[in-house]
Design a protein around this ligand. Structure first.
Ligand SMILES: Cc1cc2nc3c(=O)[nH]c(=O)nc-3n(C[C@H](O)[C@H](O)[C@H](O)COP(=O)(O)OP(=O)(O)OC[C@H]3O[C@@H](n4cnc5c(N)ncnc54)[C@H](O)[C@@H]3O)c2cc1C
Length: 560
């Protein structure tokens, strides 16, 4: 046990990797997770993890992976961190292999790689259809090793509520809620990392786990952390709709020959099998000609019903990096890596915005999470050691932050108005899914922004149905809902102000004219090759723009 302590909030792949790396430096890590870490959303990842290992001798390389990632992200990603990630990816896969991940192997016993999401190369390592689970369990084992050594203190079923900041604004700890006893406590640390995953539930139904509300990021945002590129939301074309949530049909199914079609004539009521080939529209293949390469029979007797579902957020907390101009990658020893603008607060994983630009390549997020955790863990330890140590636990800042949250939760517990929080959440999700996913239109985005403000007012009139003081998830949900409404406005306003189409953000002039090239605003590098930066104000998000580092690969038109 070391007297130096850091806090990692989140036990998904990013958080576990950051924990391992910090513990390796001899620092004790307080690891918080709202669910047992092995239930983190990373467990859902199916398809695999990218890295240009090139075992099949196809000529793949980290430079090509880098180019594919930048091009896929429509040039909106800062290039040095992406290059560094792509160069680190083969080593990360080998590290996972050494940790015991049961990756699929070739008959010769080499790691096997598959094609994913339309790539030219077999670049995706996979462990059956449960890659995320195998990776998470492997990292969990490593974390348990440090737990036994007294270098990790796990706080499972604890929910992060907010930051503790000292008089100079530095982040010196967190306030968290014990989800069982409902006790609220403040925890001191040299530095804090949020590895709290994505915000899918802002859209109601999503392929994300139901814990992925974005509440931690939204809370940090309201305490001064910047949120970047919030409007860039990836929609998965092959989610399987159900009343509770969307489940994913992996894109590896398409990578290996599965095809998707809709009837050419809208509203066609015939049974799918009776619609002849000539009247089927294989829209993905038309829009993304790369799919023509994948020859394959329709694998299903009855075509699957699919729905374009919110899947991934490219946007997230803004984080810094330290470029290494000598090789175009990063200075991985720098405490700047993964640092938010709040001194002492770090972010890694889907909660950060750094590695994907305007769209994410399939199987690139697992590697991004692991790389961010790998460099972010040491960065926060170095920051903590350089910044003069932690505040003593009896410092008034902790008592004040704890008191503030106790008062707030007591207020939430008394709410007795007519509004049902779950109905408000559903309405928010429907508006976001209808207007802030695939097709964006200024009129609809403005209406959504107004609607979100109305819902925020209605939130004040919520009535709780559960007032018990034991394992009360409704009080937490009401707090999370307020945070989701805040994030929803960041996404919506970012989309409204971005007058172009780029990556996953597709803006049309006239909603009635549908998705045609003429009706879509073109990419506008002069005005919008910029990172969107949102800052919280009491009147809603204030949006500014920051330049993108395109020093390594000059932007070119993106045509899929
Ligand atoms: C169905 C599906 C399949 C996918 N398949 C792939 C794939 O094949 N390849 C790929 O690269 N990517 C894939 N992705 C994306 C990828 O799984 C995620 O981006 C990634 O796992 C996120 O990891 P993370 O560590 O950032 O966060 P998560 O794994 O979401 O972990 C977040 C952690 O934060 C904790 N947490 C959250 N809020 C709080 C709070 N307030 N207080 C305390 N703790 C909190 C949670 O308990 C959890 O431990 C897929 C995504 C989905 C939805």
């Amino acid at each position: 046990m070391s007297s130096e302590r850091v806090i990692v909030v989140g036990g998904g792949l990013a958080g576990l990797m950051a924990t391992i790396r910090a513990a390796e430096m001899g620092v004790t890590v307080d690891l918080f997770s709202i669910v047992p870490v092995k239930r983190s959303h990373s467990v859902c990842a199916q398809g695999g993890i990218n890295g240009a290992v090139n075992t099949k001798g196809e000529g793949d390389s980290p430079d090509i992976h880098f180019d594919d990632t930048i091009y896929g992200g429509d040039f909106l990603a800062d290039q040095p961190p992406v290059k560094a990630m792509c160069y680190a990816a083969p080593g990360i896969i080998n590290l996972l292999d050494r940790m015991g991940v049961m990756f699929n192997r070739t008959p010769e016993g080499l790691l096997d790689f598959r094609r994913f999401g339309g790539t030219k190369f077999h670049r995706t390592a996979f462990a059956g259809a449960t890659t995320g689970q195998q990776l998470l369990y492997a990292l969990d084992e490593q974390v348990r090793r440090f737990e036994v050594e007294g270098l990790v203190d796990k706080h499972e079923m604890w929910e992060f509520l907010g930051l503790v900041r000292d008089g100079d604004g530095n982040c010196r700890g967190i306030v968290a809620l014990d989800c069982v006893s409902m006790r609220i406590e403040a925890f001191p640390a040299l530095a804090v990392m949020l590895a709290t995953g994505g915000p899918g539930i802002v859209f109601g139904r999503s392929t994300n786990s139901v814990i992925n509300t974005g509440t931690a990021a939204a809370s940090a945002y309201q305490e001064g952390a910047r949120y970047a590129n919030g409007e860039f939301i990836q929609v998965h074309p092959t989610s399987i709709p159900a009343s509770d949530k969307l489940r994913l049909m992996s894109e590896s199914a398409r990578g290996e020959g599965g095809r998707i079609w809709v009837p050419r004539s809208r509203g066609d009521k015939r049974a799918p099998k009776s619609i002849p080939e000539s009247e089927r529209w294989y829209f993905l293949e038309e829009k993304y000609p790369a799919y023509e390469k994948f020859v394959g029979e329709d694998p299903h007797e009855v075509p699957m019903k699919v729905f374009p579902g919110m899947h991934y957020s490219m946007g997230g907390l803004w984080v810094d990096y330290a470029a290494n101009p000598s090789n175009g990658t990063l200075d991985e020893a720098s405490p700047r890596n993964q640092a938010t603008n709040v001194p002492g607060l770090y972010a890694a994983g889907e909660v950060d915005y750094l590695y994907h630009g305007a769209n994410r390549l399939g199987a690139n997020s697992l590697v991004a999470c692991l790389y961010a955790g790998k460099i972010g863990g040491p960065a926060m330890v170095r920051y903590g050691r350089d910044s003069g140590g932690r505040l003593p636990p009896d410092d008034g800042a902790f008592a004040a932050a704890k008191k503030r949250w106790e008062t707030e939760f007591a207020r939430l517990a008394r709410m007795s108005g007519p509004e049902n929080p779950h109905r408000l959440a559903e309405e928010m999700g429907d508006w976001m899914t209808d207007n802030v996913t695939v097709i964006r239109h200024d009129g609809k985005l403005s209406e959504t922004d107004v609607k979100l403000q109305e819902l925020t007012e209605q939130w004040e009139r919520i009535g709780l149905s559960d007032r018990s003081g034991f394992a009360n998830r409704e009080i937490s949900f009401v707090n999370q809902l307020r945070n989701m409404l805040v994030l929803a406005r960041v996404m919506t306003r970012g989309a409204l102000l971005r007058q172009e189409s780029r990556g996953a953000h597709f803006k049309v002039r006239d909603l009635e004219k549908g998705v045609t090239e003429e009706n879509a605003l073109p990419r506008d590098d002069v005005n919008f090759l910029k990172t969107t930066i949102a800052e919280h104000t009491p009147d809603g998000p204030r949006i500014a723009y920051a330049p993108v580092d395109t020093s390594l690969i000059p932007p070119r038109p993106r045509k899929y």
